[in-house]
Design a protein around this ligand. Structure first.
Ligand code: 6GU
Length: 473
């Protein structure tokens, strides 16, 4: 690649000779030429600037001087040179990104026109564009430098390292920040494994490449979410696997079914203010769990009598209940009513898309389960001495299937239940609901027995699954 730089400070560009870019120039991968703009200023003072027409602060670089300089290096009317791009570094340009670098690395020749002062007369880029030259006015970020030289050096380094043969190890390009994954790079470590009291994650020393890759990917996701929420918001869901989604959801970004990008969610402990929204959500999600086998009337009766705001209000107030909700923070805008009026009956309050609850029961002094109405199936009741919690259970709105919210809610509620002393979790889920059983298995549950459960007057057959806390994830 040939690179020409025109500047009133050609010495500025000497730093390029020091770096790997200089070595590339040595091999002939890069053919770098720096030109002094003043060679094209012909008055006694070699003047390159003048006051702005229309008034204003500062000075503007003269188009005649620039025209003569650029005519010398640009292949105007000579389309034989391959792809040549005229780059004008300016804080008012389009932002130069890794994508821009990748695009420009593809060119055969780049010409950088480095302006100083208030910039170059705007007719200069306009003129060359009208003569068929590809012109890019580019900024390296949202701040102002005194001239385009440093920006040109930045762009040249970013472009040149993408050229074949410039980097010693082309593997370095695969996983770096701003790569195709849309994630920042994970934190890196080297020996010593313990330094000033700081240990590296033992996974890195395990030799288990799949686990290392998973840990690094989770760290890349976590870093991106914390440092660059703008990048998290524009992640491409087609590049996110199940575990990526679970990690993202636990960090506050869920991918709704079919959505183009993740949306912000908050996973938090429920309060009594969530009761109405929780009852709505429960009514929406409960039928998914058993609609193939239970009569719709029974389901409706169960919802109307059990899954009511009062239940969730009682749960939110009961310290034996760990109740976690997932709240959508950027609700889709409600379809505006005709005439621009506020649509009537719009539900206010939190936009809940998932919940999980653990109902904890303490054993009595003898380690026996509490007496009275004991809803626990026999296979669970037999486990003496455990603080048993019923996971009752993880429900996610159908628009959030595969969003990562289910595992995120599961780990949030499990963590809280464990903190509150629960040592054994159990749940019942309908025998036909294989999707749920698979999800619970992934979360470390295994089948322990069956039970019969009454749904609105009709018997339902459930699989009972258990998991000791502190196991698995
Ligand atoms: Cl390309 N030039 C100048 N002068 N300032 C900048 C810039 C360029 N990019 C960000 N700030």
């Amino acid at each position: 690649m040939r690179i020409d730089v025109v500047s009133i400070f050609p010495d500025y560009l000497k730093v390029l000779d020091l770096s790997l870019i200089g070595r590339a120039a040595g091999h002939g991968t890069l053919d770098l030429h720096v030109h002094d703009l003043r060679d094209h200023a012909h008055d006694r003072h070699r003047t390159v600037d003048d006051t702005p027409l229309g008034g204003g602060a500062g000075m503007v670089m003269k188009p005649d001087v620039w025209g003569e300089a650029l005519d010398d290096v640009l292949a105007v009317d000579a389309p034989t040179a391959g792809r040549q791009v005229l780059i004008v570094p300016t804080p008012s340009g389009e932002v130069f990104t890794q994508r821009t670098a990748e695009d420009l690395a593809d060119a055969d020749a780049l010409v950088f026109a480095c302006g100083r002062y208030e910039g170059i007369d705007a007719r200069v880029p306009e003129h060359y564009a009208s003569r068929g030259i590809e012109v890019r006015e580019l900024s390296i970020g949202d701040y102002v430098l005194n001239g385009g030289e440093v920006a040109a050096i930045v762009m040249i380094e970013a472009i040149a390292r993408l050229l074949p043969g410039v980097l010693g190890n082309p593997e370095s390009l695969v996983e770096e920040s701003h790569g195709a994954a849309g994630l920042l790079e994970y934190p890196v470590h080297t020996r010593p494994t313990r330094w000033r009291g700081l240990e590296v994650d033992p996974v890195l020393l395990s030799g288990d490449h799949a686990r290392i890759a998973r840990t690094r990917r989770d760290q890349a996701i976590a870093r991106t979410v914390r440092r660059r929420p703008d990048m998290a918001a524009s992640l491409d869901p087609t590049r996110l696997d199940r575990e990526d989604r679970a990690t993202l959801a636990s960090l506050g970004w869920a991918v709704p079914t079919g959505a183009a990008h993740p949306v912000p969610v908050r996973i938090r402990t429920a309060t009594t203010c969530d009761a109405e929204a929780l009852a709505d959500l429960a009514a929406r999600t409960f039928p998914d769990a058993c609609e193939q086998v239970i009569a719709p009337e029974s389901i409706a009766r169960h919802i109307a009598t059990n899954l009511v705001p009062d239940l969730f209000r009682a749960w939110a107030e009961d310290d034996r209940v760990d109740l976690i909700v997932a709240e959508l923070l950027a609700p889709q805008p409600v379809q505006e009513a005709p005439g621009g009026a506020e649509p009537e009956g719009t539900p206010t309050g939190p936009d809940l898309v998932g919940y999980a609850a653990v109902l904890r029961e303490e054993p009595d002094a003898a380690g026996e389960p509490p007496t009275g109405i004991d809803p626990r199936p026999a296979c669970v009741r037999a486990r003496h001495g455990q603080v048993v919690g019923e996971l009752s259970k993880v429900y996610v709105d159908s628009t959030m299937r595969g969003s990562g919210l289910t595992p995120a809610l599961m780990s949030a509620v499990t963590r809280q239940a464990t903190d509150h002393g629960t040592s054994l979790l159990w749940l019942g889920t309908h025998v036909t609901n294989k999707r749920a059983q698979k999800a619970y298995k992934r979360a470390g549950f295994r089948q322990a027995g069956t039970r019969t459960y009454n749904v609105g007057g009709q018997d339902a057959h459930d699989v009972v699954m258990i998991r000791r806390t502190g196991e698995g994830q």
